[in-house]
Design a protein around this ligand. Structure first.
Ligand code: SAH
Ligand code: SF4
Length: 397
């Protein structure tokens, strides 16, 4: 557990309480010498106002005395990430660029700016999915993924992970304590909120930031606050086999595996982590994943790369490999990015692949690329921001 204290932060910046877990909030209150007997009650109050009502001003906490509100405001803020840009795709997908306040790691690296994180919101008729990041960049260098080419890598804190959801809910006016999302977008399912689902499919490998991801999921699923269902949170991994089973036991969310190849030699070139955890190890971890069942299937993601992994033989082998695992197969058309050495398979090839998988009894939806016009699709995150930056640099010169 990481208390949110940043001894390196400039003293004029008040740390935000937004995004903290109960234990982190309690530690923050202890540090300003609140009596121990009051802490649990105060955390409960803050929790309700921050996560259930979505307030961003201590003065709106009407069941907290004025003196206490002043004390809190003297030491803390309720600030959220800055919304640097918002783009809305023709299909309704929204992409935000959030700038987080700097954390200890940023100060230590000599930076006075926090992480910049792109977050994508995908509305559908029966759900609204928010795609969140777990790291800035990624150490794993999968050859088809743009995120893997970014140099700067660091883990996001659990607070930064939760703040992505809070900031999205702010933008959509979507809190359990508010009667209806203020966006005009109301999904049709009973009690379904604008953000009803979370996928850890933004930047980074969530299982390489295990503790912070688990702590953040704890905050997101707390029934007195943000109240997301564990079954509506999917952690996507490139296959960190030992942490897969642990995740099932610790938090019990849904699991997605980025498989992308059926032979170790090919998977090693696409997902270099395969050298450490080959396909057999990853599939064994899936067989051992606590709670997987036909009602709670594991998703296998398979990016369609022209002439690389898209033959009918490979589709048949995929079906054979997954035998006995409660699985869904998600075929993802490759999203190109500048400098990528792959192309997306032809539509007929994808259909042929999908038919083989379907005829073997698997649901095999082809993931419709959403928000391609605003570069919000998988593997495209960060691209346009970097392009804009490069353009800005040229103008500056
Ligand atoms: N690191 C985790 C989660 C983030 S990536 C993982 O690898 O699972 C989320 C998904 O997007 C993964 O399935 C990844 O393989 C896929 N992806 C990455 N780049 C892509 C691209 N250019 N086109 C399509 N899918 C891509
Ligand atoms: Fe990292 Fe996932 Fe991209 Fe691979 S696909 S480089 S694990 S973000």
């Amino acid at each position: 557990m990481t208390p949110n204290f940043d001894a390196t932060a400039p003293s004029n910046i008040k740390p935000s309480l937004v995004g903290l877990s109960r234990a982190q909030m309690a530690a923050a209150l202890r540090a300003i010498d609140l009596p121990e007997r009051e802490i649990k009650m105060r955390v409960g109050q803050l929790w309700h106002w921050i996560y259930f009502q979505g307030v961003s001003d201590f003065d709106r906490m009407t069941n907290v005395s004025k003196t206490m509100r002043n004390t809190l405001a003297d030491h803390f803020s309720l600030s959220r990430p800055e919304v640097v840009t918002e783009q809305v795709s023709s299909d309704g997908t929204r992409k935000w660029l959030f700038r987080m306040p700097p954390v200890a790691q940023d100060h230590l690296a000599g930076k006075n700016m926090g992480a910049e994180i792109e977050c994508v919101y995908i509305p559908e008729s029966d759900r609204g999915t928010l795609c969140v990041s777990s790291q800035v960049g990624c150490t794993l260098t999968c050859t088809f993924c743009h995120t893997g080419t970014q140099k700067l890598v660091r883990n996001l804190t659990s607070q930064e992970i939760v703040q992505q959801l809070v900031a999205a809910r702010d933008q959509l006016g979507d809190y359990p304590g508010l009667s209806a999302p203020a966006t005009g977008f109301v999904p049709s399912g009973e009690g379904v909120r604008a953000v009803s689902n979370i996928v850890f499919m933004g930047m980074g490998e969530p299982l390489y930031n295990y503790d912070n991801v688990c702590e953040a999921i704890g905050v997101m699923t707390d029934g007195d606050g943000l109240s997301l269902s564990k079954r509506r949170i999917t952690v996507s991994t490139s296959g960190v086999a030992p942490e897969i089973v642990r995740l099932g036991g610790d938090v019990g969310t849904m699991l997605a595996i980025s498989l992308h190849a059926v032979r170790d030699d090919l998977r090693e070139t696409l997902v270099p982590l395969n050298k450490k955890y080959p396909i057999a190890d990853v599939l064994q971890a899936c067989r051992d994943y606590p709670g997987a069942s036909n009602a709670r299937r594991i998703t296998f993601e398979y990016v369609m790369l022209k002439g690389v992994n898209d033959s009918p033989k490979e589709a048949l082998e995929l079906v054979r490999l997954l035998k006995g695992i409660p699985a869904k197969i998600n075929l993802i058309p490759f999203n190109p990015w500048p400098g990528a050495k792959y192309e997306c398979s032809d539509w007929e090839t994808i259909e042929r692949f999908s038919d083989i998988v379907f005829n073997a009894g698997y649901a095999s939806p082809v993931r419709t690329p959403r928000g391609r016009d605003i570069l919000a699709a998988c593997g495209q995150l960060k691209s346009d921001t970097e392009k804009l930056r490069a353009r800005a640099r040229l103008i500056d010169q």
